[in-house]
Design a binder for this molecule. Structure first.
Ligand code: ADP
Ligand code: ZN
Length: 718
């Protein structure tokens, strides 16, 4: 009987298309195939196969591609992702089907050269040097050989043309060698050993486990044991990290434990290497992948463990395209693969804490730092009493502590979560404030770049000499501090000291940033001034003082997650202090030391914070006690966006236990020239939020012109 294949195509379409399977082409579900689509050919995945009686007039599948098929659990993950996020199923598939792009196809294979023994037609001193270097007969890369001989590449090419050297295709460098679970290692502490044992799930009951350990408790070494166990069992492990924490330092740590570096996967991995990792993962040859959130969609053949490090990180939420949370999808993939999932954090998310409290996740804790090290002593500086000098931002006790630390030869970190020099520029003559022309944001002065920059869209303009509104000279005033401005103050206070400023816009790119981070870790710098880039994950053994310059920044945003975010960030950054030999301390500049978040931080009583915050969420019916989704309606004109939002609201008809708020201007009402209105949907847990949303959108007004409706289930800020 003829066979029909339902082919899902990785484009923004929600259903699979039917094709005829030509006789002689044996297809299986999950196979990656080529099919005609309109006037061209495209790639798709066999989502279902069925025998179809009688002849059909469907277009036939063109052929199967020689790439790893999508496994059953991975296909179900795609289904799940699309259903949960309401993204078109094809868009969800696109996450799991990143095929080699043209750049990868163009990348040439590695070629080595070696001597043939045939003398060249012509000999020159340069040619003689090359032949001498190649005399041992081993294969070398072309440029390596040229370098060794101290000649240009052209000389080597000439010898190849002459037949004195031959070019041979090299085996590709392996992307990762097999990790050795029994590589010699430092013994675990008693507490670590206990936690590691508790992390192994009971036979036949994988599930998820929260590994909660204070900063410096040695969580990494603990979950490495679970990874080792997984590798011993012949299965593969995936360690997810927020992109920012995926550092050389971590890969080295992995190498110290397992003898080799793992395969690393992140947005910077390109072309051929991407493909080889995919193939290695699908073939089972790669044992462990350490990757950013997109690694979740790699085609593992025998996945045996997923670790989500820093599970509370908001970087796990993808905020464009398919709006998914990688931590939650990791739990889903674990369930589909029947493998355990470990969620590690010093400051777990409220969602995960509640899941652990309710017994949905196991809960393993490490309440003390490794090696008897103490947690830092944290004190507040009340800015209402200890005022900085006019136009300055460091309070006297902070300056005093810095002096003290410098005298002791120890390293200090000043933390301010603001890039640039000043977050706002104001004309003191006319009151004009410099705003982005595309967004509802203030332009941030970057003195280093001599520009006013929008942190939302990247728009930049030269800082004018005179006010563009009133023409007054010398009245443009930077308001408030960014890290560059703090660096200026520190340089005046401590001109002799080695100071480094680290933020994500660090000049010189990722490579230089990595080098700077390494330098800080070595202790080759006295004062680090940084944004949240330095707050998380890093191990700076020489750091003993952390100064938080504005603990209140995040608390005023009106976002219900503000308290959680601020608490996590402050715990993380103060937790950088005292991880080495010497004890650490932290000073926190705040105008509201009595605020529950600050009070919990100062007392070191995380439990108190969690209890209060969980209680407040429950009372308000906020996640995880209720469900939440945001609909962002955007358009080029404000009125059009608002009108579409209102039409949507009129069609809402929320069922009992659900409500729809808005439309209201989104917190950032204008981004890149597009106006944004937001509707919030809040429902009780028992309600099928997705089914309701789908219903509503089908009933609602048609999207016309440049209007766009974006759905964000479980929005991270709301
Ligand atoms: P966490 O991730 O919980 O903040 P880490 O895993 O980074 O903590 O460990 C903190 C420090 O203690 C690191 O410098 C690490 O090398 C060290 N450490 C942890 N466990 C051990 C161990 N068993 N033996 C020696 N050093 C350890
Ligand atoms: Zn902008």
């Amino acid at each position: 009987m003829p066979v029909t294949a339902e082919i899902l195509i990785p484009l923004a379409i929600d259903t699979a298309y039917s094709y005829a399977v030509p006789a002689g082409l044996a297809l299986a579900e999950g196979d990656v195939v080529q099919v005609p689509l309109g006037p061209r050919e495209t790639v798709g995945v066999v989502w279902a196969l069925a025998e179809s009686p009688g002849g059909s007039n469907l277009r036939p599948v063109t052929g199967r591609l020689a790439v790893p098929p999508l496994s059953e659990p991975l296909r179900r993950l795609v289904d799940w992702l699309a259903r949960y996020t309401l993204a078109p199923k094809g868009s969800a598939l696109a996450m799991a089907l990143r095929l080699p792009d043209e750049a990868a196809a163009r990348e040439s294979a590695r070629v080595g050269v070696r001597a043939t023994g045939k003398p060249p037609a012509r000999t020159t001193p340069a040619r003689a040097k090359v032949l001498a270097a190649a005399a041992d007969g081993t294969l070398r890369g072309k440029s390596a050989l040229a370098k060794e001989a101290g000649v240009s590449l052209g000389v080597v090419d000439g010898l190849i043309d002459d037949g004195a050297l031959e070019a041979v295709a090299l085996e590709p460098e392996p992307v990762a060698l097999p990790p050795d679970p029994d590589h010699p290692r430092l013994p675990l502490s008693e507490a670590q050993a206990r936690a590691a044992a508790a992390l192994l799930p009971p036979e036949g009951d994988p599930g998820a486990t929260l590994l909660e350990g204070v900063t410096g408790s040695g969580k990494t070494e603990v979950y490495f044991e679970a990874v080792a166990e997984c590798v011993r069992a012949g299965r593969q492990a995936l360690i997810l990290m927020p992109e920012i924490a995926l550092t050389a330092q971590f890969l080295d740590r992995f190498a110290a434990r397992f003898g080799v570096r793992p395969a690393a996967w992140h947005s910077g991995i390109g072309g051929k290497r991407r493909e080889r990792i995919r193939a290695g993962v699908a073939g089972g040859g790669i044992g462990v992948v350490v990757g950013a959130r997109s690694a979740l969609f790699l085609p593992f053949a025998r996945l045996g463990l997923i670790v989500v490090d820093e599970e509370h990180e908001s970087a796990y939420k993808q905020e464009d395209g398919v709006h998914y949370h990688a931590r939650d999808m990791a739990v889903v993939r674990g369930r589909l693969e029947g493998c355990p999932v470990v969620l590690a954090s010093a400051t777990p998310s409220i969602e995960t804490r509640v899941n652990a409290a309710r017994g949905r996740y196991r809960h393993v804790t490490l309440p003390e730092r490794f090696g008897g090290r103490r947690l830092p002593d944290i004190r507040a500086i009340d800015m209402r009493l200890d005022k900085p000098e006019r136009g300055r931002f460091l309070a006297p006790p902070m300056i005093h502590a810095l002096k003290h630390n410098l005298a002791a030869g120890e390293q200090s970190l000043l933390f301010l979560n603001r890039r640039g020099y000043a977050p706002l520029t104001l004309c003191r003559a006319c009151g004009h404030r410099y705003q982005c022309r595309n967004c509802s944001t203030w332009l941030v002065e970057h003195r280093f770049r001599r520009a006013l920059v929008c942190h939302q869209c990247g728009y930049a303009e030269r800082k004018p000499e005179a006010c563009i509104a009133c023409g007054a000279f010398e009245h443009l005033t930077p308001c408030g501090p960014g890290v560059e401005r703090i660096a200026e103050e520190v340089a005046e206070l401590f001109p002799q000291q080695r100071v480094v400023v680290l933020s994500s816009d660090f000049p010189g790119g990722a490579e230089r940033l990595r080098a700077e981070l390494e330098m800080v870790a070595r202790g080759a710098c006295d004062i680090v001034i940084g944004t949240q880039l330095v707050a998380k994950g890093h191990n700076f053994p020489h750091l003993t003082l952390v100064g938080v310059l504005d603990a209140d920044i995040g608390l005023t945003s009106g976002d219900p997650r503000a308290a959680e975010r601020t608490f996590q960030l402050l715990q993380q950054v103060t937790g950088r202090a005292g991880r080495g030999e010497r004890p650490g301390r932290a000073l926190v500049q705040t105008y509201q030391p009595e605020h529950p978040v600050i009070a919990a931080l100062l007392s070191g009583d995380a439990e108190r914070f969690y209890e209060e915050e969980i209680g407040a969420r429950e009372l308000a019916g906020l996640p995880p006690f209720g469900r939440l989704a945001a609909l962002i309606v955007s358009a080029n004109e404000r009125e059009v966006a608002e009108a579409h939002g209102q039409a949507l609201a009129r069609a809402a008809e929320p069922p009992l236990g659900a409500m729809v708020l808005g439309p209201a201007e989104a917190p950032l009402a204008l981004i890149r020239g597009r106006w944004r209105f937001r509707l919030l949907v809040k429902t009780e847990r028992a309600i099928d939020l997705q089914a309701y949303l789908r219903d509503w959108l089908a009933r609602g007004p048609k999207v016309r012109g440049n209007v766009k409706v974006t759905i964000d289930v479980d929005p991270q800020s709301f």
